[in-house]
Design a protein around this ligand. Sequence first.
Ligand SMILES: Nc1ncnc2c1ncn2[C@@H]1O[C@H](COP(=O)(O)OP(=O)(O)OP(=O)(O)O)[C@@H](O)[C@H]1O
Ligand SMILES: [Mg+2]
Length: 514
Amino acid sequence: MREYWSSLASLLGVLAFCQSLLQVIFPPELRFASLKFFNRIFNVFSSYCYFDITEIDGVNTNELYNAVQLYLSSSVSISGSRLSLTRALNSSAITFGLSNNDCIYDSFNGVAVLWEHVVSPRQTQTFSWRPLPEEKRGFTLRIKKKDKSLILDSYLGFIMEKANDIRRKNQERLLYTNSRGGSLDSRGHPWESVPFKHPSTFDTLAIDPEKKKEIMEDLKDFANGQSFYQKTGRAWKRGYLLYGPPGTGKSSMIAAMANYLGYDIYDLELTEVHNNSELRKLLMKTSSKSIIVIEDIDCSINLTNRKKRNGSGPRNNYYDPEMRCGSGSAASVGGEDGNNSITLSGLLNFTDGLWSCCGSERIFVFTTNHIEKLDPALLRSGRMDMHIYMSYCSFPALLILLKNYLEYEEADLEDEILKEFKEVIDKSEMTPADISEVLIKNKRDKDKAVRELLGTLKLKAERKLKNGGLMREKNSDDMEEEEQEKRALGSPKEGSDIEDSNCKEGEDDEEKIK
Ligand SMILES: Nc1ncnc2c1ncn2[C@@H]1O[C@H](COP(=O)(O)OP(=O)(O)OP(=O)(O)O)[C@@H](O)[C@H]1O
Ligand SMILES: [Mg+2]
C-alpha cells in the first residue's frame, strides 16, 4: 500500500513539473495561439471536419440552430436515452430535444453524421441591447471531409425544410376571417383569427374512396410540387371548386384538406369586401401554406358583370337560392371596374392575376350549390383546376358513415341488409348530413340505428319514385293539354322546335286543299 502511495506521489510530482515546464515554454499570452496551432495540426491529419451552429449569431437568433433542434427532435425521440422536453407557445405538441452535451448519429443519403449539443456557461456579459441567455448553446456537426460538399449542399436545406414541416404540424393552425369589414387591427392586419380545431379528416369524410384517393394525391402532389411549379413557370397555387347539394360535405372537405396538409384557412366573406383594391390587400396579407375559401360563391357576388346574361339560366334543382342568399346579400357591382364595389374581374385577378402570386403554396377553394350559375371565366382550368362534385350519399360513402358512427365494418352487417342498402341508397337521394342525423339519433342502439336508417332510405326512395312518376304524369298531361289547345286554335305553339315543321305541314295542307 505504501508503495502505491509513493508511486502516485511521484506521478503527481512529474505532472506538476510538466505543467510548470509548459508554462515556461508557453506563457499565457501564447497559450491560446499554441492551442489553435495544435488544433490545426490535428485537423490536417484528421479525416473529420466540424461545423458549429450557435444559438445566437451576434445578436440575432440563428434560424439554423432552431431548425436543427426541431429536426433532431423527430429522430431523437426514438434513439435518445436522455431527452429534454419542451412545449412552445401556441404549439399543440411536445417536442423532444437532445440533452446538454449529448450526441446523436444521423444519416443522410447513406452518409453518417454526428451531432453534439454543446452547452457551456456564458462568460461575463458584455454590453448587449438584448439580454443574452446564461448558457451558450450550439450544435456541432461532425462529418467526414470527403462528404463535406454533399452535406453542405443538400443536408442543411433538407433540415430547414423538415423543420418547417414539423413546426407547421406542431403549431396550432388558425382560421382567419375578414368579418371586421375593411377595418384593420392594431398591427394593421385585416384578418381576425381563431384557433382552427375542426375534427374533419379524409378518414371521416364519406365520399367514394376512389375520388377521395384522387383528391388526396392531388393535394400531396401540389404540396410537394415546388420544383415542378418552378420548372414549368407556373404560380404555385391550385384551385378547387366544390359543388353539390347542401349537406354533402363541402365545408367538411375544406377542413379535411386543411388538416391533411397542415395549412391555415382564410375564410373570405366577399360581402364584407367593399372594392377590388380591398380584396387585393386581403390577399397580400395571407400567408403561404394556406387555403383561401369563398363559400357559396354564387351568393357572395353578382357574377354577371363580366358577361351579360339573359337571366333565364337553368333553375336550381336543390332549393330556392333566394331563400339562402337573400335578395341583398350579394356584393354590389358598380360597373366593370367600379371603385365602390367588387367585380368579377377583381375576383378573377384575385385568384389568377399577378397579385395572386405575391405568396406561394396557396390553395383557393370555392364552394357552390349551383355550378350552373357561375361565369365560365371562373370555371376555366388554371383557375379552378379541379371541379369536385359532392354527391348524395353513395353505397361506399354509407359504409364509411356506418364505420364512423356505429363502428360497423361491412362484414359486421348481414348480407341481406347490405343488399337492401345497395338497392335503395342511390334512389333515396339522401345526403351524408341527413344520414348522419339518423345515426346520431340512435347511436346508443346500433341495430335500431341500422333498421331506422334502412326504413328512412326506403321511405325516401319510394317518395322520390312517386314524385318522379307524378312529374312524368304531369308533364305528359301538360303536353296533352297543349296538343288539344293547339288543335283547337289550329296553330302551332310559338317558339318551339316543332313550330317550323308544323307550319310547313299546315302550308302543305293548305296547298293541297287549294
Ligand atoms: N361527405 C360527408 N362525410 C362526412 N360527414 C358529412 C359529409 N357530408 C356532410 N356531413 C356531415 O353533415 C354536416 C354538414 O356538412 P357540411 O357543412 O360539410 O355540408 P356542406 O356541403 O358544406 O353544406 P352547405 O352546402 O349547406 O354548406 C357536417 O357536420 C358533417 O358532419
Ligand atoms: Mg358548407
